[in-house]
Write a new protein. Structure first.
Lengths: 258, 301, 301, 258
């Protein structure tokens, strides 16, 4: 799909808890070609302290009504400023950017999300559901309160949960969850997005058990369109740009486990 | 209609707006957003003799009204440029200029010599000011003698328009500019990035893998304007100005300071259409002020 | 309670936060907003041998995340300082440091000698880096030899803590810092402003009466951090860091880069209480990170 | 009066026309000591493009309800950003700053305002009125639409008007108004605030006719409190700071007419 730059109207703003909020943006043209795993670059206007755009995964798509949703975690100045937006206002976006998760196989996939890393997984889960592809979801968080969008995931599939304080699901990190620690993991593929240490731990387990594993990286970006070479990840084929050759990578191409 | 045409030595530009090396890829990255052919020219990514992987991640950090980068000349090397990239971009109807980088004089010479053979590359920009490589790079741009040596050597093999890109990390940039002029440069472009650094106070570590990096963006604009003004007074060859240009007014500032053409760099990341907006903006400015030709503006402080 | 005390040669600071010369008047201007006595020290306005009117208006222009100034050392001269100002400010319970400026070596010497007699002035900051005066000023700060000469001369007559303020407008600031160290400086402070320029594109004239001015504010912070890091590696005397500090995190960045103390400059204009907020902020940072003493932080990258 | 720094609540925002708006700010303490001619320094927050504070004259004071009003003309990035403020929000101010107009004599004063220069004159006019001091007002503008706050001035005194397009009052600049061009000006003092060329022309006339004349300057400022020495005006006693020795000056001290 051609990349666009447009002012998109915020048609809904919803705070999920003190850290997360959800934006629905109306796109003035067909978005049929946008694929799960892709992302957008948002201009944070009227902010004294941000200079570059901020990248966010596409969290959900309503193809019919031409709506892109973003799930954003407030972590710093840009995301805090964005959290003050109101519906009716406009955000300037460049979209869609990056590659996408690879095509589903016929076996069963486990989607593992932590923190804001769950953002691209909902779009992916809906996509899998539409294609009748088999999958389960494993979500991790510090505590129940930090788990957002659980209901939406539950509508789509079985959901395993790990919380560090045992407030919901199993106690511990996602990588300690029984679905991953049991001898025989019933999945032929794992797709993971979240903090890098989590993704690395997941990649280790997957590699160990010879399960195909894709991750979605969040390297810091300046341009998002392959022009600056700032977002590189080291791969077995050299440094590649996360913004165009990623953000989705198969861990077998990365140098994480060497 | 105001006249926007300018000449950099033998190089004719339909308008004074170029895009800066390292901030505009090979032009193609912007095809979805603008008609690249409408630009005065595109200066492509720094090109070296052999393939370079550049520096490890992280290579970038945002700073107040700017950013630090430490890309470190990642590119596939001049031969790959000639075989793979040049055929793709040579038919743009604008000037494609190659930014020639290196660590040794012989590397600069080798790359320049090869680029000299490419029919649709009318000029090179000799990057003697990259702060992000361990050897060479900026070292050639911070002493008159080193600058003269590399420019003399390249001048011998390069027959078309030779632009030399100057480093701002010097006590007196007009000295270096004069040295470049006397060594055969047809034009100087300035400024490259200022050497800077950022520290993550929570991790208590430098943010960039290379510790220091190059500062670009509007933060550096006042320094760039001052240097362009100083250099334009010191040399007779045309000066190309850049550093923090974000809009038309910034571009006009550089032209008033003495720049015959300007380059848009970091701004391309924030608005991929900004270069063309500046082309249109300059025309509007001239019409609005009833100025017939951009030449009346150049250095007309 | 974390230990915030630092020493700059013989000068004891209750905390590492000073206010930068030319941005804090004589301290009194801030009495309504903060308890000046809680600062590590106050560096007062640049003082010269005779009264100076400074440069004509306009002297200031806002730039992206910064400002240019061309005040040009307006002050009533050292004798007036001694007779009129010193009696008013000498009883602050903090270190009052005089920024000594001039155009000739003998002027620096004359001012330093007179300030040496003032009991409650425990240190001077020798300003060899002012970009806003026609003669002298920055010229002394951009060559090792000139810096050495003026420092040697002042060292002969000045017996207390001698801080030398360095110019960032140089190719290699650590060379100048080493020259200062070897000429008897007890400490170096950096950076002074970067030489910059702004043009009014509607009037097509420079904004400042002096055409160029000194750039300060967060825009220059990455450059200042880099220079402090370079200088701290090059010298053994304590380094005082400044340039664009707007909040506690910025101050910590400088300390991690190697600064024993820091100065708050332009930020005082935006928030006249910021210096004290940074004193409190550093203490909080140390407590939060369970660091007992600021000394564990200095240069601990 | 001690200088303060405080977040003041915007209790009313009113757009007067496309260029001018009026802000009423609530002050959390007594403001009895604030004098006409003084000004405030406003922090423009969340603005990517402004760095320093912006100075504005105190336009009106409600001592009883502790309200400061500002009359602001949109001329650039900072004032545009401020024009987006809404009542209920807070602005960070440093106040009160500067000297004030000198004490009224027993004779008759003419207040001359142009553009945003009318801002301090309303406060002054109300003050004069309260003290039963005699005065008239002369206001100038490009055209009727640009004349704001006319009704308020009319409540306080006789008002002369000059517009460049003759849409209201006499045609021309204030300095062409008959009240100034007539042989015998019936005022013993003139106080003027507006664009520098206007103030200079007024100063010339006043000096010519040996009438005492005060002006309020708007030199660009960095600190507003006498710390930076950026706002200087050349006077017969050397360069002085407009922010502390001004903004009000008697023209006989300035070097304008030399
Ligand atoms: C392809 C991609 C997709 C993303 N998708 C989402 C998403 O759907 N939802 C979401 O909430 N976030 C997502 N992120 C992360 C998001 O871009 C950052 O959280 C955001 O840019 C931070 O901006 P800020 O101004 O609030 O933080 P800043 O004030 O700039 O920084 C605050 C802290 O966050 C750290 N930080 C900032 N950016 C990153 C980053 N990219 N990676 C790691 N640490 C960072 C900084 O180092 C700093 O410690 C994505 C990032 C990428 C590259
Ligand atoms: C003591 C004092 C009192 C003032 N009182 C008022 C008032 O009551 N109401 C009001 O509307 N304005 C007043 N002003 C002027 C006001 O401060 C400026 O209009 C404002 O700062 C412009 O900010 P900006 O960001 O919108 O403009 P910018 O984007 O910074 O500049 C826009 C244009 O305005 C010019 N400009 C900016 N500041 C000034 C200035 N101080 N003098 C002359 N030209 C300037 C710039 O050169 C530029 O051409 C006062 C100024 C001073 C010093
Ligand atoms: C990410 C990035 C990569 C760059 N790579 C190069 C390069 O390869 N060669 C070069 O001469 N300059 C390079 N530069 C410097 C720019 O061309 C330009 O000189 C500098 O960024 C200042 O202009 P700006 O502030 O408009 O960006 C790079 C700058 C950035 C930000
Ligand atoms: C208005 C102004 C006046 C200054 N006057 C002096 C001076 O008299 N002597 C001096 O050594 N530095 C002077 N400086 C430089 C500052 O002390 C400081 O080095 C510089 O502003 C960088 O720090 P900052 O970015 O925190 O302001 C002045 C700076 C400003 C903005
Ligand atoms: S962010 Fe610029 S190349 Fe990826
Ligand atoms: S504005 Fe700083 S002294 Fe007047």
């Amino acid at each position: 799909m051609k990349k666009h730059i447009n002012n998109l109207k915020i048609i809904s703003y919803r705070s999920l808890n003190k850290d997360f909020f959800l934006l629905e943006l109306s796109v003035p043209h067909s978005i049929n070609e946008i694929r799960p795993g892709q992302f957008v670059e948002v201009l944070v206007e009227n902010s004294a302290k941000t200079f570059l755009r901020r990248p966010f995964s596409i969290h959900d798509i309503d193809y019919e009504n031409q709506i892109i949703s973003l799930l954003i975690q407030i972590v710093g100045k840009g995301t805090r400023e964005l959290s003050k937006q109101k519906s009716g206002e406009y955000l300037n976006l460049i979209y869609p950017l990056g590659n996408s998760f690879s095509k589903p196989t016929n076996e069963k996939t486990l989607l593992i999300g932590g923190g804001a890393g769950i953002a691209p997984l909902l779009f992916l889960a809906k996509h899998f559901k539409r294609l009748h592809h088999k999958f389960s979801v494993l979500l991790g968080a510090r505590s129940e309160n930090y788990l957002v969008r659980l209901k939406e995931f539950k509508k789509l599939s079985e959901v395993f949960i790990a919380t560090e304080d045992a407030s919901l699901g199993e106690k511990g990190l996602v990588t300690n969850h029984s679905v991953l620690t049991q001898a025989e993991i019933g999945f032929d593929k794992i797709i993971s997005c979240g903090p890098k240490p989590m993704m690395k731990a997941v990649a280790m387990i997957a590699t160990d058990k010879a399960i195909d594993c894709e991750v979605s990286l969040e390297n810091t970006m300046a341009c998002g369109i392959g022009a600056c070479l700032c977002c590189v990840e080291e791969t077995k084929h050299g440094n590649v740009c996360v913004c165009i050759d990623g953000p989705v990578f198969n861990v077998k191409d990365l140098k994480w486990l060497i | 209609m105001a006249n926007l045409k300018v000449k950099i030595h033998n190089l004719e530009l339909k308008n004074p707006v170029l895009t800066a090396s390292g901030t505009f890829g090979y032009g193609e990255e912007f095809d979805d957003f603008i008609d690249v052919n409408r630009l005065g020219g595109v200066i492509v990514k720094g090109t070296t003799a052999s393939k370079r992987e550049g520096n490890p991640y992280p290579r970038m950090v945002e700073t107040p009204s700017g950013m630090l980068n430490a890309v470190g000349l990642q590119n596939k090397g001049v031969d790959n440029f000639i075989s793979d990239i040049y055929p793709r971009i040579k038919n743009y109807k604008t000037n494609i200029i190659v930014n020639v980088s290196g660590s040794t004089i012989s590397e600069y010479v080798e790359v320049s010599e090869k680029i000299n053979e490419l029919q649709n590359i009318p000029a090179i920009e000799l990057n003697i000011s990259c702060p992000n490589v361990k050897e060479g790079g900026m070292a050639f741009g911070t002493s008159c003698q080193a600058a003269s040596e590399v420019i003399n050597a390249v001048r011998k093999v390069y027959k078309k328009t030779l632009i030399v890109k100057l480093s701002p990390n010097v006590t007196d940039i007009s000295e270096i500019a004069s040295a470049a002029e006397h060594s055969g440069a047809d034009s100087v472009s300035l400024i490259n990035t200022l050497l800077g650094m950022a520290i993550d106070v929570e991790k208590r570590k430098p943010v960039l893998s290379t510790i220091t990096g190059g500062l670009s963006g509007p933060a550096i604009k006042p320094i760039a304007i001052r240097m362009v003004w100083q250099v334009a007074k010191a040399v007779k060859i045309p000066v190309i100005g850049l550093g923090g240009i974000m809009d038309t007014a910034d571009a006009i500032e550089f032209i008033l300071a003495g720049a015959t053409a300007i380059q848009v760099g970091t701004a391309n990341f924030i608005d991929p259409q900004i270069s063309i907006k500046i082309v249109d903006g300059i025309e509007k400015y001239l019409n609005h002020h009833k100025i017939n030709s951009i030449h009346e503006l150049i250095g007309s402080l």
